[in-house]
Design a protein around this ligand. Structure first.
Ligand code: MG
Length: 230
């Protein structure tokens, strides 16, 4: 039982590690939203490339790109089952965090209509924030109730900041420009794709994200080291 006095000392108490992760292109090998739009011909490479800029809000792109995408829930779920691949070690990371009581959450500009079948396929449940997509006439209507007035990039950063305030050291996984603010606040970053390049350009320390197994090894190692003396 911890007998620390209440107040500041208690909130600063180090609780160990927590993890925050992006979904598209991080947990999955390809961005599922982009892949869907390209596969069914609702967007083109040039438009998608332009959407991955620091200036573009992912959530605005998603809303407009899918507004004219005539897809059904069944089409999306089938696409996820057949075409969407998880990054190696994903299940291992989820199970490892669960067994060690390491908080893990996914924060994404993607949507429930593809995230739900993905987690179902892999038989895991994870705390997550995804946009809500509903099939309407002519396409999908996407909303992000959790964002309130924040943009996605700031929201991701706020999740990392919140875990740090609660006393955790935070490990962050991401691949896109909208992950940069969160990565800059994290204690350890695994980055793929555009995020890795941006981190290198801006002096944010980051390890290349290839396999989540490496992150599991990292947490295992760091949590078995003797605690530094105060
Ligand atoms: Mg991503």
């Amino acid at each position: 039982m911890n007998r620390e006095p209440a107040g500041r000392a208690k909130t600063r108490e180090l609780k160990g590690w927590a993890a925050v992760s992006d979904f598209d292109g991080t947990i999955t090998l390809r961005d599922v939203g982009d892949h869907l739009l390209l596969h069914y011909g609702f967007s083109d490479r040039k438009t998608i490339e332009a959407s991955h800029s620091l200036k573009m809000r992912v959530e605005d792109f998603m809303k407009s790109a899918f507004a004219g995408a005539r897809l059904t829930e069944e089409m999306i779920a089938g696409f996820v089952r057949k075409k969407v691949r998880a990054r190696p070690g994903f299940r291992e990371l989820i199970l490892f965090c669960k067994s060690r009581g390491i908080p893990l959450e996914i924060v994404s500009g993607g949507v429930d209509l593809y995230a739900d079948p993905f987690f179902k396929k892999h038989g895991v449940k994870v705390k997550s924030f995804f946009g809500k997509a509903r099939v309407v006439k002519g396409g999908l209507r996407i909303t992000y109730p959790f964002l309130k007035r924040m943009d996605l990039s700031a929201f991701k950063a706020s999740r990392v900041a919140g875990m740090k305030r609660a006393g955790y050291k935070v490990i962050f996984f991401g691949d896109g420009p909208n992950d940069l603010k969160a990565a800059a606040l994290a204690d350890k970053v695994y980055a793929a794709g555009r995020l890795l390049k941006l981190c290198r350009e801006r002096g944010v320390a980051a390890s290349p994200l290839t396999d989540f197994g490496k992150a599991v090894t990292f947490i295992r190692k760091i949590t078995t080291l003797p605690a530094p003396r105060a």
